[in-house]
Design a protein around this ligand. Structure first.
Ligand SMILES: Cc1cc2nc3c(=O)[nH]c(=O)nc-3n(C[C@H](O)[C@H](O)[C@H](O)COP(=O)(O)OP(=O)(O)OC[C@H]3O[C@@H](n4cnc5c(N)ncnc54)[C@H](O)[C@@H]3O)c2cc1C
Length: 442
C-alpha cells in the first residue's frame, strides 16, 4: 500500500500528527502496536490522575470524618474497575479520532525497511514522509533482582492496594505514586539516590516533602540500592520491605526496529530534531517522547504533532518550549513553567491572601513569578490544589512575551485563586494591596 504519510505510534504525538495530516487531505496510515492513547492514556497521566483524584477524595473524607467523630473508610475494588473503564474509553476515542480525520489504522509493530518502506505483520506500507511517534519505555535500574520490581507504568495499573510499597526514584512519577498509595492505605517508603525532585526549586521540594511526611510516606534521600530480594530492598541505609517494589527511575526512547536504515542523528535520550520537528533525514519527522529533549510530557508531544503536521504541509512552524508547563499531580499540586535561570527578580503571593482561598478552605500554596531584565515574565511556579489550571495563565503570559507590568494591569475574576497571579505581578510594583505589608516575605 502506498501512502503520502506513515505515522508510527498512536500515542499523544502520533494521533495528533496523523489527524492533522489526514484532515488536510494527506493519505495517511497510523501504525500502533499496543493501544491507542499510548503511555498517557494507558499507563501514565490518565490512570495516575484517576487514582490521585480518588486518593485526594478519600483523604479529605477521612479528615472531615475525624473532625466529626466518624470513622470513614474507602473500599478500593470499585474504583480500580472505573479507572479501567475510563482508560478504555479514552483509548478507543483516540483510534476513532484518527479514523474520523480520515487516516487508516494498522494494528501491529512497524519495522523500518529499506528506503521509503515500513512493514507491519507482513504488509508493506510505502511512504513519502515518515513520522516517528514511538514514545518511550521505562528504564529499569541495573540492581540485582530488579526483575521482581514493577515499573511506574505498571504501578498506576495495579488492581489492588498493597499493604506496603517501596518506590525507588524521587522524580515526579515516584512522588505521585508514593503519595497515592500511602493515601489509599499502603505503608510506603520512597527511596532516592540524591534528593526528591532534585531538578525543582527549593520551595517546591519542601512543600512536597512536607506533604509526603503528612501522608506517612517514609522518604529516604541519598540512598544507594544494592539489590531487590523478594519483598526487600537492600540499601546502604538499611532494608526496606514492600509487598510491591516500584522503580520510577527514568525512561528511554522507544526506537523502532530498523531505525538505523533511516540514518538519523540520535542520542541515548532520543532522536535529534530542530524546532520544526525535522530530523537529519528530509523525509522523516520525529515527535513526542522519542525526541531528544527535556520536557517529555503529553501536551508537548501534542503540540509537536501539530507543528510537524503543518510543516509537512508546507508551513515553517516552530515549537516554543519555554512556555510549556509541567504539573506534579501531588496534593497540593505543583505547576512549573518557564526557566528559573532566566529570571533576574521574583515575587511570590500566597493563596491564603485571596478571598477565594478563604471561602473554599484551600488556603495552602502560592504563585511565584520570575521576570528577565526587560520585565518579561519568564518563570512561574504555582502550588495549589488546582495548580493544573492556574499555571496555564502564566504559560500564556510567557508565550505572548507579556511584561509583568501588563500582567499587573490585568483584571482576573474576583474571587478566584488565579487572582494570585495578578497579585504576584502587582507585588513587583508595591500594588499587592490584598495582603498586609508585613506578609510580603511569606
Ligand atoms: C506514570 C506517568 C504519569 C504521567 N503523567 C503525565 C501527566 O500528568 N501529564 C503529562 O503531560 N504527561 C504525563 N506523563 C508523560 C506522558 O505520558 C508522555 O509524555 C506521553 O505519553 C508521550 O506521548 P508519545 O506519543 O510521545 O509517546 P507514547 O505515549 O509512549 O506513545 C507511543 C506509542 O507508540 C507505540 N509504538 C512504539 N513503537 C511502535 C512500533 N514499532 N510500531 C507500532 N507502534 C509503536 C506504542 O505502543 C505507543 O502507543 C506521564 C508518564 C508516566 C509514565
Amino acid at each position: 500500500m502506498r501512502y503520502d504519510a506513515v505515522v508510527i505510534g498512536g500515542g499523544s504525538a502520533g494521533y495528533v500528527v496523523a489527524s492533522v495530516l489526514a484532515r488536510n487531505g494527506i493519505r495517511t496510515a497510523v501504525v500502533e502496536k499496543k493501544a491507542f492513547g499510548g503511555v498517557c492514556v494507558n499507563s501514565g497521566c490518565i490512570p495516575s490522575i484517576f487514582l490521585s483524584d480518588i486518593s485526594f477524595l478519600s483523604s479529605r473524607l477521612q479528615e472531615i470524618g475525624y473532625y466529626k467523630g466518624l470513622n470513614v473508610s474507602v473500599s478500593p475494588g470499585e474504583f480500580f474497575k472505573k479507572r479501567d473503564e475510563v482508560v478504555q474509553y479514552l483509548s478507543e476515542a483516540g483510534r476513532k479520532l484518527v479514523e474520523d480525520a480520515g487516516a487508516e489504522v494498522y494494528m501491529g509493530e512497524a519495522i523500518i525497511e529499506d528506503k521509503g518502506k515500513v512493514s507491519v505483520d507482513g504488509k508493506t506500507l510505502e511512504y513519502d514522509k515518515l513520522f516517528l511517534a514511538t514514545g518511550s519505555v521505562p528504564l529499569p535500574p541495573k540492581y540485582p533482582g530488579i526483575d521482581r520490581a514493577i515499573s511506574e507504568d505498571e504501578a498506576v495499573n495495579l488492581r489492588s492496594v498493597p499493604s506496603s510499597m517501596v518506590v525507588i526514584g524521587g522524580g515526579f512519577a515516584g512522588v505521585e505514586i508514593a503519595q497515592i498509595y500511602a493515601r489509599l492505605g499502603a505503608k510506603v517508603s520512597l527511596l532516592t539516590r540524591s534528593r526528591i525532585l532534585k531538578e525543582y526549586a527549593e520551595d517546591v521540594r519542601s512543600v512536597i516533602a512536607e506533604a509526603l511526611d503528612w501522608d506517612g510516606v517514609e522518604v529516604r534521600e541519598n540512598v544507594e540500592v544494592r539489590e531487590v530480594k523478594d519483598e526487600r530492598v537492600v540499601t546502604n541505609k538499611g532494608i526496606f520491605e514492600g509487598e510491591v517494589v516500584v522503580y520510577a527511575t527514568g525512561r528511554s526512547p522507544a526506537f523502532p526496529k530498523g531505525m538505523e536504515r533511516l540514518e538519523l542523528i540520535s542520542s541515548e535520550n532520543g532522536i535529534c530534531v530542530n524546532r520544526r520537528m525535522e530530523t537529519s533525514n528530509p523525509k522523516v519527522y520525529a515527535v513526542g517522547d522519542v525526541v531528544n529533549k527535556r520536557k517529555k510530557v503529553a501536551h508537548t508531544a501534542m503540540l509537536e504533532g501539530i507543528v510537524a503536521g503543518l510543516n509537512a504541509l508546507g508551513a515553517r512552524e516552530e515549537v516554543d518550549y519555554l512556555h510549556v508547563p509541567q504539573v506534579i499531580y501531588t496534593d497540593p499540586q505543583v505547576g512549573i513553567v518557564g526557566d528559573f535561570n532566566l529570571a533576574v527578580k521574583t515575587e511570590k503571593f500566597p493563596l491564603s491572601a485571596t478571598s477565594r482561598a478563604t471561602v473554599s478552605g484551600f488556603r495552602e500554596g502560592y504563585v511565584k513569578l520570575g521576570v528577565d531584565e526587560n520585565g518579561k515574565v519568564v518563570y512561574g511556579e504555582v502550588v495549589s490544589n488546582v495548580a493544573e489550571e492556574i499555571v496555564n495563565a502564566i504559560s500564556l503570559a510567557i508565550r505572548t512575551g507579556m511584561t509583568v507590568k501588563d500582567l499587573a494591569m490585568t483584571a482576573f475574576v474576583h474571587p478566584s485563586l488565579s487572582e494570585a497571579i495578578v497579585n504576584a505581578a502587582r507585588s513587583f510594583y508595591n500594588l499587592d494591596v490584598d495582603r498586609f505589608r508585613r506578609m510580603k516575605n511569606d
